[in-house]
Design a protein around this ligand. Structure first.
Ligand SMILES: [Zn+2]
Length: 255
């Protein structure tokens, strides 16, 4: 189990930097939540805690205390830059060395690659969240809120997703995270099962004449008349409802 503490910078009464109608605290929360969602839906053996979940005021000590008492394996702090400039930079605690410096390299590189951000370099600084955390910690500065070129990109939700993806790909490399196996569940919509093939053929012909795409399968000594197979349950249910309306008795088999 890899335990990752994700810290969306600022929040509540502390808006962080602002510019061009955007607040840093909103952007950091959006990026952090997307990172959390992607990690939980696509990766195995991962646990996540958030420094905050909504627009709440949480002090820096409260955040690092929470990560320390949870014994996180990694602390990831998300920020947006300000003060003039463009692009991406990341920070670790000065002189901290490996493995933190290796995590920084892996994550920094993937974010730059995924976003196409101007690379301002891998840096170090004596920030509270880097100093007071007992585990390796990284702080990312994802574009400048007061630079028009960066803001135009930050206003686009698909770009926020790319920033999140970059962090996730970096974490995958840094911690050798394992992707979940692709979901191979198939929902088959069936309208009859017969021992006698002729009966199956008759029903198939009837369904076919009413516009259904039919197939007869032979499974467990039964001829099964199928009108569709889907990876999505709701698509299967929609087709089943349509077949019921047309007078067929349906069942959905799941494999
Ligand atoms: Zn900040």
């Amino acid at each position: 189990m890899v335990k990752i503490f994700i810290d969306p910078g600022h929040g509540g009464t502390d808006s962080g930097a602002s510019g061009n109608g955007l607040l840093e605290k909103n952007l950091t929360l959006e990026i952090a939540q997307q990172i959390s969602n992607i990690l939980q839906s696509e990766y195995e053996n991962i646990a996540i805690r958030m420094g905050r979940n909504g627009d709440s005021t949480v002090s820096l000590s409260e955040r690092t205390d929470a990560a320390n008492s949870w014994n996180a394996d990694f602390y990831l702090s998300i920020h947006i830059n300000a003060g003039g400039g463009t692009g991406f930079e990341s920070y670790i605690y000065p002189g901290v060395g490996a493995p933190t410096s290796m995590y920084q390299e892996a994550i920094h590189e993937q974010i730059v690659k995924e976003t196409g951000f101007n690379d301002r370099g891998m840096k170090s600084a004596n920030f509270h969240v880097l100093r007071e955390t007992k585990m390796p910690a990284l702080l990312t500065e994802n574009g400048f809120i007061d630079t028009t070129a960066d803001v135009n990109r930050l206003k686009d939700s698909s770009f926020i997703t790319r920033i999140a993806r970059g962090h996730v790909k970096g974490l995958e490399k840094a911690f050798s995270l394992k992707r979940k196996a692709i979901n191979t569940t198939i929902y088959r919509v069936q309208i009859g099962a017969f021992e006698n093939k002729e009966n199956a053929d008759k029903l198939e012909a009837k369904a076919s004449s009413e516009g259904f795409a039919t197939a007869v399968l032979f499974r467990n000594n039964l001829y099964i008349v199928q009108i569709g197979a889907f990876s999505s349950r709701s698509n299967a249910e929609q087709l089943a409802a349509k077949a019921e309306e047309a007078g067929f008795t349906t069942f959905i088999s799941i494999k």
